[in-house]
Ligand binder design. Structure first.
Ligand code: PMP
Length: 285
């Protein structure tokens, strides 16, 4: 991803893609002092753009890393990047991190928080799973308690167990892994929220120790518009067997049907297809 033509916004200005580098002694690299956003632009418009910028500010607040640019400045930076690269449809990554300079220990208040915006063309997150349903492994790593880490932040450190889970899943031929939380309840996938269908009603884990995704909230709104009952609650592992349909939601994943989690199978049913197609229509409206 690094050696190519294009523009990246870094610390207030657009620079050449291949020059968007940081020093080895960057605090964020050593201690995970980094928060970020993942967004998608469709037809030149970033879906829920302001909500993402606000969430970046919230993540920075939770991680004691005040973001040095206002929401308005972040909005402008994102659209400047899309324009500079000539893209209407792209994935947009905004990242803020503690830089290098003064401190090299755990405390880092003297190192400024920096910010960058990059974008790239990124198609379906789970390949052809949109048609036949993704296959998920079950991770051995558990989403941590909010008393262990600010688990609602979109922060780099929370992704270490996600990367490990996804590597193990891919080695087994799966697209992703479903994770339980520290209490043993069903939580989410490594970069997407999860929904289940049973008897015409929808069940989704209560986001009390993981990201309450913007796509998740959008899909809950779509279900409520259709007068479909949505139960946000704690889901036990032994309930997986009784669910008929399952899908994942996320900016990158959009609405992706799930066909299998471990030994449990799900059909790619009418409601799953409806959510997947209606979400696609909504983001391009
Ligand atoms: N959970 C995790 C761990 C994620 O990385 C993401 C993607 N940001 C989500 C859920 C879904 O969030 P959103 O719908 O806001 O993209």
């Amino acid at each position: 991803y690094d050696d190519r033509d294009g523009k990246i916004w870094m610390d207030g200005k657009l620079i050449e893609w291949r020059d968007a580098n940081v020093h080895l002694l960057t605090h964020g690299l050593h201690y995970a002092s980094s928060v970020f956003e993942g967004e998608r632009a469709y037809n030149g418009k970033i879906f829920e753009s302001v909500k993402h910028s606000e969430r970046l500010h919230a993540s920075g607040g939770m991680m004691d890393m005040p973001i040095p640019y206002s929401v308005e400045e972040i909005e402008k930076a994102k659209y400047d990047v899309l324009k500079a690269n000539g893209w209407d449809d792209a994935y947009v990554r905004v990242i803020a991190w503690r830089g290098s300079g003064e401190d090299m220990g755990v405390a880092s208040n003297r190192n400024a928080v920096r910010m960058a915006v990059a974008a790239w063309e990124w198609g379906a997150y789970y390949g052809d799973a949109k048609m036949k349903g993704a296959k998920l492994d079950i991770s051995k790593w558990k989403r941590p308690s909010p008393e262990t880490i600010p688990s609602h932040a979109k922060a780099a450190g929370l992704y270490m167990i996600c990367t490990m889970s996804k590597h193990e899943a891919e080695a087994k031929g799966c697209s992703d892994a479903m994770m339980f939380d520290y209490r043993g309840y069903v939580a989410e996938a490594t970069g997407a929220n999860i929904f289940f269908v049973k008897d015409g009603e929808v069940h989704t884990p209560l986001p009390d120790c993981f990201l309450n995704g913007i796509t998740r909230q959008t899909v809950i709104g779509m279900l409520k518009d259709r007068q479909i009952k949505v139960h946000e609650r704690h889901i036990m592992p032994d309930e997986l067997e009784g669910f008929e349909q399952c899908w994942l939601t996320g900016t990158a994943a959009e609405v992706t049907p799930v066909g299998q989690i471990g030994d449990y199978n799900f059909e790619v049913g009418a409601l799953t297809r409806d959510m997947s197609e209606s979400y696609e229509a909504l983001v391009r409206r």
